[in-house]
Design a protein around this ligand. Structure first.
Ligand SMILES: Nc1nc2c(c(=O)[nH]1)N[C@H]1C(S)=C(S)[C@@H](COP(=O)(O)OP(=O)(O)OC[C@H]3O[C@@H](n4cnc5c(N)ncnc54)[C@H](O)[C@@H]3O)O[C@H]1N2
Ligand code: MOO
Length: 384
């Protein structure tokens, strides 16, 4: 009896042990890696009120258009009605409460400036702590280090980051046609590329015949050398991988999920390592990896949240799906609309190369034009 997609995700979450191994890397080497702890601001930034314009800092006085300019050393605080020359980024002296950009000065002598009556106090000054307060969480445990997060860390003088280890993944491609060289092993290289995009390290890709002993021997070796193993193919009822699971030679945590495609997918553990079994049909294999393999890979490297994020889009073309299951429909989104791929049967080989993501729909026979759908993007880096 197939289990629901939700039950399959729960089993991945509860029965697969995340890798707790950590390593400290220089920031650039840690790009896209997952932080193993909360990183907090050590100090407020900026550490001083800062001028954001080249011009004159003034101690604002209402209805005053003429300000006397002071030269260093300045009195502390600068008295109302006086001003000082200021550069962009410079620390604003006590008493100065607004900056007049030099192009807005109407008239200037050696020791006075004249400004328009429209000048306001509190402009062009970045206050102390406006960027980050001391103690702010700059990067949370389980968050991916992006270029934007690097700005927050580097501005605090942080040069290294403690991250979770990259999961090592191996792929076992099963099938007589592959062994005989009748078809190219596009599944393995495609999944390997996707794993690399998602922060995993691919250590082995092996092809093996549809033969129980050969499969077990290879799996045993791969489960010793990798954190996560993926098998593809031989999941139809008379095929060897399916039989090994049915006979419980390799006891499955689940086998058959109410998914379309990738219904025959299974998960087992060998030497405590997760083995994800995906069908061989190419689109089935790749979308099965998105729905089950991606959450598993995120879970292994403690990437939070467990499921990748999605955006809501408006469906542009009526879609027929399978009822009583979760359907993955590949297609394209421009960020607000979704249009399904022209073909998405499980055996399709290259259709995903024309797509930038997929939608998931649960227990629906039809998705009408104009309905809201949840779109998961393939684009790297993934929305996080
Ligand atoms: N009589 C039935 N037939 C099928 C059923 C069923 O219930 N009754 N289920 C279908 C479903 S659903 C799926 S999904 C597939 C499962 O297929 P397999 O995992 O057994 O796939 P294979 O036989 O190994 O391969 C099929 C086909 O896929 C291509 N392929 C396989 N491996 C690769 C690879 N590494 N790279 C590229 N392409 C690959 C190749 O064309 C294979 O011939 O079963 C349905 N059948
Ligand atoms: O479950 Mo299969 O992947 O639909 O063809």
């Amino acid at each position: 009896m197939p289990i629901s997609y939700h039950e399959a995700l729960c089993l991945i979450h509860t029965r697969v042990q995340p890798l707790h191994v950590k390593q400290t890397l220089p920031l650039l080497k840690a790009l896209h890696r997952i932080s193993s702890r909360d990183i907090c601001a050590k100090m407020a930034l900026p550490t001083y009120p800062m001028s954001l314009k080249e011009g004159y800092g003034i101690a604002f006085a209402s209805n005053t258009t003429c300000y006397r300019l002071l030269t260093p050393p300045y009195p502390n605080p600068i008295p109302v009605g006086f001003g000082v020359k200021m550069c962009t980024g410079e620390s604003v002296p006590q008493g100065i409460n607004t900056i007049i950009p030099e192009e807005e000065v109407l008239n200037q002598t050696d020791d006075t400036i004249h400004i328009g009556l429209h000048a306001n106090p509190f402009t062009h000054i970045k206050k102390e702590g406006e960027d980050s307060e001391k103690g702010d969480i700059l990067l949370a445990k389980g968050e991916r280090l992006s270029a934007q997060k690097i700005t927050a860390l580097a501005s605090q003088g942080i040069q290294t980051l403690c991250v979770f280890k990259k999961p090592t993944v191996s792929i076992l491609s099963i099938g007589a046609q592959l062994v005989r060289g009748e078809i190219y092993n596009s599944n393995a290289i495609s999944i390997a590329a996707r794993i690399m995009e998602l922060g995993g390290k691919v250590v082995d890709c092996i092809v093996c015949d549809d033969n129980e002993e050969a499969i077990l021997l290879n799996l045993s070796t791969l489960a010793e050398t990798s954190d996560f193993v993926i098998t593809t193919g031989a999941m139809s009822c008379e095929d060897s991988m399916c039989r090994l699971l049915e006979k419980r030679t390799l006891p499955p945590l689940f086998h058959h999920v109410r998914l379309a495609p990738a219904k025959p997918s299974a998960l087992s553990l060998l030497h405590s390592k997760p083995i994800l079994h995906l069908p061989g049909l190419p689109l089935s294999c790749m979308l099965g990896f998105e729905m089950l393999g991606v959450p598993l890979l995120r879970h292994l490297q403690m990437h939070l949240p467990f499921l990748p994020s999605f955006i809501s889009c408006i469906n542009q073309k009526r879609i027929t799906c399978k009822e009583d299951c979760v359907s993955a429909i590949p297609g394209r989104s421009d960020g607000s609309h979704f249009i399904s791929a022209p073909h998405y049967e499980a055996g399709r080989l290259t259709i995903l190369s024309q797509c930038n993501g997929y939608i998931l729909s649960e227990n629906r026979a039809i998705i009408e034009e104009g309905e809201e759908v949840s779109f998961f993007c393939f684009t790297y880096p993934p929305v996080s």
